[in-house]
Design a protein around this ligand. Structure first.
Ligand code: NDP
Length: 467
């Protein structure tokens, strides 16, 4: 069967054809459309990509749902008496789905208003200027690949019994015992969600301390607080195989220390792989890196100059605001006469663990590597948040600032505690602007808040950590 070819009289059907309507793809398409380009975007699933449908947004809604457990417990210390409580997972999923549908609709309207054609179906690159979607071919001067990433599963025996974050948002029921494998963002966030929803949670991490790459004190403090809340957090351990124990019997995991562990649900959160294979990219001359990431220059152009890429498929920084910034850069470069690059320094990030982490800049370890060793001052404040005086909760908040002794610039700001992501977003502006410790100190605190600690840290910690 031959494919119909769209013709408009111009050299190409479109100026830009975007594959993937996630955070990066939608932003590039919308902005390009608003600059007058003729744009199409292909998507086989719901608009909004991983962030809206299977990531940031539903995850945060689940975090809110689960955090009521701690609020109920804390409320007693403030005079509340509470009756019987229950939680419906099915109702939470249904209400979340309703909200996500609303967001899908907003994305559709935004694209429509920018004059972007939405093409439903799986797209494949045929040549440097042609894309095929469900048998129809479209030509474009530029093709933008924004296909995102996909959960990675290690090839252990019984891996087919495990679920990933792709499955969790539509699970019909949430069983009693849940085991999470992996100690990255997704692992710690879901450990907190399930624990808050009253499940018995075990989290397994293969290394000595989870959240590799984050500041060591923050990692250790989160491990302590998660254990205090009841998560069975085990380090230096991995899964060798998963066996199903009959129809209702759950699963048995054989662990690397020789022990066995029984559970009702196994969720893998062991990283994500760029989605670049099987869509004609290599055949069109696009160079992929070792992990399947599309190799691009500073203007997001691949080795085939008419094919560009943004977002998780680059394997750089897999965060929604970064993909959005990359999408904007592409639109500005191609259609707004403003060649734009993206500055990847001082990207703030939050881990919506319970309690949450907010972080921007260098960890203490990396700050010592960046500045001359011994030329970094570390300011630390650890305290019991005011709310916990009456709630009786033992949890402690931790804040850190890393300061270059030579320039007085603040190189890193880290926090574990309530509202940490909200607080760190504000501090990120200061760090991005090159703020010095003297400027932090000159700022008057907002009282009473936890955040004011960031402007009242006076004495650096004496010891330098072993590298
Ligand atoms: P991460 O890369 O953050 O973490 C993966 C974890 O799995 C690490 O602890 C890693 O260990 C471990 N791991 C890797 N391979 C294996 C294996 N074969 N066996 C056992 N453990 C293994 O990935 P996630 O899946 O948690 O999240 C993917 C990305 O999504 C994040 O990196 C982040 O960019 C993004 N994200 C951002 C969020 C946010 O902004 N709040 C929330 C969720 C996701 P090791 O450290 O030893 O390599």
């Amino acid at each position: 069967m031959s494919c119909p070819v769209m013709t408009t009289g111009k050299r190409f059907d479109y100026d830009l054809f975007t594959i993937g309507a996630g955070s990066g793809g939608v932003r590039a398409a919308r902005m390009s459309g608003s600059y007058g380009a003729r744009v199409a975007i292909a998507e086989y699933s719901d608009l909004g990509g991983t962030c809206v449908n299977l990531g940031c947004v539903p995850k945060k809604l689940f975090v809110y749902a689960s955090s009521f457990a701690a609020d109920f417990a804390d409320a007693r210390g403030f005079g509340w008496s509470l009756g019987e409580r229950g939680h419906s997972w099915a109702q939470l999923v249904a209400r979340k789905d309703h909200e996500i549908s609303r967001l899908n609709g907003i994305y559709e309207r935004l694209l429509h208003n920018a004059g972007v054609d939405v093409v439903k179906g799986r797209a494949c690159v045929i040549d440097p200027h042609t894309v095929e979607v469900d048998g129809a071919r479209y030509t474009a001067e530029h093709i933008l690949v924004a296909t995102g990433s996909w959960p990675r599963m290690p090839g252990i025996a019984g891996a087919e019994h495990a679920i990933t974050s792709n499955d969790i948002f539509h699970l019909p029921t949430l069983p009693k015992r849940i085991t999470i494998v992996g100690g990255g963002y997704i692992g710690v966030e879901f450990a907190g969600i399930f624990q808050g929803l009253g499940r018995q949670v075990t989290q397994l991490y293969r290394g000595p301390l989870f959240l590799r790459g984050f500041d060591d004190d923050i990692r250790a403090a989160l491990a302590r607080e998660m254990r205090r809340r009841g998560v069975d957090l085990r380090m230096n351990i991995n899964v060798e195989s998963i066996t199903k124990l009959g129809d209702d019997g759950g699963y048995r995991l054989a662990l690397t220390d020789g022990s066995a562990h029984e559970t009702d649900l196994v969720m893998y959160a062991t990283g994500r792989t760029p989605r670049s294979r099987g869509i004609g990219l290599e055949e069109a001359g696009v160079t992929l890196g070792e992990r399947g990431e599309i190799v691009v220059d500073e203007h997001f152009r691949s080795s085939t100059p008419s094919i560009l890429a943004v977002g998780d498929v680059l394997g750089r920084v897999a965060l929604t605001p970064v993909a959005i910034r990359e999408g904007m850069a592409v639109a500005n470069t191609l259609f707004n006469n403003k060649p734009t690059t993206v500055d990847y320094e001082y990207i703030p990030t939050g881990v919506f663990s319970q309690p949450p982490i907010g972080t921007v800049g260098y960890s203490e370890h990396d700050a010592h590597a960046k500045a001359a060793r011994g030329r970094v001052d570390c300011y630390v404040s650890e305290f019991r948040a005011m709310k916990n005086t009456l709630s009786g909760r033992e949890e402690r908040t931790l804040m850190k600032l890393l300061v270059c002794r030579d320039t007085d610039k603040v190189l890193g700001a880290h926090m574990l505690g309530p509202d940490a992501p909200e607080i760190i977003q504000g501090l990120a502006i200061a760090l991005k602007s090159g703020a010095t410790k003297a400027q932090f100190d000159a700022t008057i605190g907002l009282h009473p808040s936890a955040a004011e600690e960031f402007v009242t840290m006076r004495q650096p910690r004496a010891e330098v950590p072993a590298m």
